[in-house]
Design a protein around this ligand. Sequence first.
Ligand code: PBG
Length: 323
Amino acid sequence: MGFLKKRPRRLRQNETIRNQLAETRLSISDFIYPIFVSETIDQPEPIESMPGINRLPVNSLSREVENLSKLGILSVILFGIPAKKDPTGSESLKNDGVVQRAIKEIKSANNNLLVVTDVCLCEYTDHGHCGIIKNETVDNDKTIELLARQALTHAEAGADIVAPSDMMDGRVGVIRNVLDQAGMEKVSIMAYSAKYCSAFYGPFRDAAGSTPQFGDRKSYQMDHSNAREAMKEIALDIEEGADIVMVKPALAYLDIINRAKEKFDVPIAAYNVSGEYSMVKLAAQQGIADEKQLALEILTSIKRAGADIIISYHAPKVAEWLK
Ligand code: PBG
């Protein structure tokens, strides 16, 4: 049988050779773990639509980050759930707001963990939109002033990286200016640059109570039909001073991650969002798929597409699986 000169299966014949030749390897250092910090609870509270994820009170964070550090997780991203919401999201600007207190708590427990903060208004506004409403739409220029003030309070509390997720025009530039003028030039910006208006955010909005009370986010988040527009958004954010850019969601947008990686020389983050996470958990609970196999395949694909950083609720499990 000398007729087959090329036999690709030679290089797949056992686990050792497959391991040797794997082109993409997940490492726990690729991951950022999202944390929901709530001002309204004093015990961890399970999030129904996200099996395995809790809302946490500030006083539980030092124990939480100790566990995460032991697992090898380098970084967390914080989302705040305030006790009070109002039309302008004013709770988000307070020096003793829930996220600001959470940052201090984490930093005093473990100064080496990188603390990223989500900068947005939707968790703080009573209407659930990501900015100030004027004539039934989100007013861009008023909103970015508030976002910059919010980012500054996070930086002053000790955040290493601020991550604006609102999708207003020009917010990265304004945040960079405000941070620099305050002597916070060492604080990095990870911009949610190509953030799509997505049905995959459902469980998050349940977790954070941030569902828009009227309309939708289509006038600020991107249309899922568009790819070139993502390159425009990323280029603008880099011009305005973004250190890291993000594509979000991840799994349905691997082409966008890939294009971004080819085109830009900054680290690319991808957000494996709540809906992507919960689909895996529910499929596993139903016996339709194996959680570990499914999650690792998805996360490896996100890295293979080009992500340098993966934000994922699976991170603590990944740490165990990769051991
Ligand atoms: C806030 C924000 C959202 C997510 C991250 N930051 C929700 C939204 O835009 O509605 C979603 C994250 C997830 O689904 O895991 N602007």
